[in-house]
Design a protein around this ligand. Sequence first.
Ligand SMILES: C[S@@+](CC[C@H](N)C(=O)[O-])C[C@H]1O[C@@H](n2cnc3c(N)ncnc32)[C@H](O)[C@@H]1O
Length: 211
Amino acid sequence: MSGPDRQRALEQYRRRARGYDRLAPVTLRLRRRAVERLLLGQGQTVLDVACSTGLTFGLIEDQIGPDGHLIGIDLSPEMLSQARERVAANGWRNVTLIESAIEDASIPEVAGAAVFVLTHDVMRSPEALGNVLAHVRPGGRISAAGGKRAPAWALPANLYLRYAMRRYTTTMEGFDRPWRILEGLVPDLAVEQLLLGGAYVAWGTTARDGA
Ligand SMILES: C[S@@+](CC[C@H](N)C(=O)[O-])C[C@H]1O[C@@H](n2cnc3c(N)ncnc32)[C@H](O)[C@@H]1O
């Protein structure tokens, strides 16, 4: 099975950007869980990886406050344009948005934490994960949440996931264990499965210097 395809992702989200926020209520539980696992504090810098329209921004802002710094990165200009509107509407002055593939992004700061929500393509890109992890301080927090293949007995869940994944990712490669590359980079990665095994949250701490 082939891996993520950035050009296809750009085209996908050019079409999907306007209706994307309709997903917000369905994905809130996962999003909340991923942010809780970061154990954020006031004043921290956080990377929201493949942030799209910024649906996770409010949850992060509540934790880091105005002295923190939220850096959102995404490939899609259409999704980022909605993120920009959300930032302006909420009056957040501490958000930097970067339009770039994660693999190539010039990340301006070393962060205390990074979150990946519903971004299977990025979770399957060693270059993207490497670039993010290089910009999180040793001992910083990482969390990731998204869909995964459910056990075979959960057939309706798997049918729905296949439909959703066709719309929102460019590869199903690694869908049985989306965190597999991340676990090679985050030594203490823990994983919780939710929704009959059709979703996961993974979290951990980046290696400390000398560890
Ligand atoms: C399902 S959306 C959701 C992401 C968002 N974190 C959320 O929770 O709503 C996936 C996003 O990943 C972005 N994306 C896919 N591949 C990417 C890459 N290599 N670099 C940056 N963004 C990417 C897409 O543009 C899209 O906005």
